[in-house]
Ligand binder design. Structure first.
Ligand SMILES: [Zn+2]
Ligand SMILES: [Zn+2]
Length: 358
C-alpha cells in the first residue's frame, strides 16, 4: 500500500512509496483504512527532530477512516465503523485515567517504540504510535474512536488533534471567563481553535498574534476581535488593557521566546496557557521574584487538558450547533502525492490546515 515515509530525522521531504505494509494486527488491535488526515505542526516538529521520534517513520496523527478488521478481544468496534484516530488513547486503569485526566495517560506511548509498518528494506515506525499518512494502519482499539454518521472524515480528523488541543486549552485548562481579555500567540490550526474556544467561553477581547498576514486575516473570521503582528503586541497590550496585561495569554508556538513574551503579556494574577509543543533543550525562564510577586498562573495544556473522549464529544456538539467553524479551517487539500506541497504550505504559514485525502 501507499504511504509517505521520512527516511531520516532532519530531512524536509517525505517519499511516497507503494511498498509499505501495516503490521502488528492481532488481539486488542484494529486495522483502519484512513480516508482523511490533517497535517499538524507536530508532524513537522517530529520530522525536524524537535519532538522525539525514531526513524524511518510515517508522520500523521490527525486522521479518520473506517475499520477494516478487528482483533480478538476488541469490543464495541466492527468492520465498516467510521472512526477518528486518537493518538493518546486512554488505558482506563492508570492513576491519570482514574482521575479523568486521560490526556496524561502514558499507556499509548509504551507502543511508540514498536514499528507499525514494514517495507522490504526493514521496519518503519508510525508517528506517536499511529502514522496516518498512509492508506492503512494498525492501532490499539483505544486509538479508534467511533464518530457519528453526520461528521465527515475530514472534520473528524481535525478533531483528532488540532481542534481538541486548541478548544480544550481555552475551555478545560484556562477556563476562560466571560468578559475577559485574551491574546493568542500563534494562529495556525491549533491557535484558531483556541480563538474559537475563547469565543465560545464569552471572552470580550481576543487578540490574535501572528507574523503571517493570511493567518491574521483568518483569525478575524474565526472570532478574534483584533489581529496584530508580533511587533504590535506590546502596543495592543497597552491600548486594550491599559498596560496591565491580558487576563489570558495562550502560547501556541512551542518556543521559549514566545512563551516569555506571553508571560510578559499576561497581567499579574492572570493566566499563561502553554499549548505549543517545544523542544527538550529549549528552556523557559522565570525568576523567583516575578514568579512569586506577579502570581501569574502558568498552565500547560496537552491535547486539550481534559478527558479526551469528552473533548471530542464537545467539539462535535459545538460544530453541529454551528458554534464553531471547522470546515473553513481546511484551507488546502491534496492527495498523498501532494504531501510535500502540504509541508511547504505548513512551513510558510499559508495553510491553517491541509487535508490529505486518501
Ligand atoms: Zn491510563
Ligand atoms: Zn497534532
Amino acid at each position: 500500500m501507499r504511504a509517505a515515509v521520512l527516511h531520516e530525522i532532519g530531512q524536509e521531504k517525505l517519499e511516497v512509496l507503494d511498498d509499505v505494509e501495516a503490521v502488528g494486527f492481532g488481539p486488542g488491535k484494529v486495522k483502519l483504512r484512513i480516508r482523511a488526515t490533517g497535517l499538524c505542526h507536530s508532524d513537522v516538529s517530529a520530522m525536524s527532530g524537535v519532538l522525539p521520534q525514531p526513524a524511518p517513520f510515517i508522520p500523521g496523527h490527525e486522521g479518520a477512516g473506517e475499520v477494516v478488521d478487528v482483533g480478538d478481544g476488541v469490543t464495541g468496534l466492527s468492520a465498516g465503523d467510521r472512526v477518528l484516530v486518537c493518538w493518546l488513547p486512554a488505558c482506563g486503569e492508570c492513576p491519570s485515567c482514574k482521575r479523568g485526566q486521560t490526556q496524561l495517560c502514558l499507556a499509548g506511548f509504551m507502543n511508540a517504540g514498536t514499528p507499525n509498518f514494514k517495507r522490504p528494506g526493514g521496519d518503519v515506525f508510525g508517528f506517536a504510535g499511529t502514522g496516518t499518512f498512509t492508506e492503512e494502519v494498525v492501532v490499539g482499539a483505544g486509538c479508534a474512536v467511533p464518530i457519528p454518521d453526520d461528521v465527515p472524515f475530514e472534520i473528524a480528523a481535525l478533531i483528532g488533534c488540532g481542534v481538541t488541543t486548541g478548544l480544550g486549552a481555552a475551555i478545560n485548562t484556562a477556563q476562560v471567563e466571560a468578559g475577559s481579555s485574551v491574546a493568542v500567540i500563534g494562529c495556525g490550526g491549533v491557535g484558531i481553535s483556541t480563538i474559537q474556544g475563547a469565543r465560545v467561553r464569552g471572552a470580550a477581547q481576543i487578540v490574535a498574534v501572528d507574523p503571517v498576514t493570511s493567518r491574521r486575516e483568518a483569525a478575524l473570521r474565526f472570532g478574534a476581535t483584533e489581529a496584530v503582528a508580533p511587533g504590535e503586541l506590546a502596543d495592543a497590550k497597552q491600548r486594550i488593557t491599559g498596560g496591565e496585561g491580558f487576563d489570558y495569554v495562550f502560547e501556541v508556538v512551542g518556543k521559549s521566546a514566545t512563551a516569555r513574551t506571553a508571560y510578559e503579556t499576561t497581567r499579574r494574577g492572570g493566566t499563561l496557557c502553554v499549548v505549543g509543543a517545544g523542544a527538550m533543550d529549549d528552556t523557559f525562564q522565570v525568576n523567583m521574584f516575578e514568579l512569586f510577586f506577579d502570581e501569574k498562573r502558568i498552565l500547560p495544556s496537552m491535547y486539550g487538558g481534559g478527558d479526551v473522549l469528552r473533548s471530542y464529544e464537545r467539539a462535535i456538539a459545538l460544530w453541529r450547533a454551528g458554534r464553531i467553524d471547522l470546515e473553513s479551517m481546511i484551507t488546502h487539500r491534496v492527495r498523498l502525492d501532494g504531501i510535500n506541497d502540504a509541508l511547504d504550505q505548513m512551513r510558510t504559514g499559508e495553510a491553517l490546515r491541509t487535508c490529505i485525502e486518501l
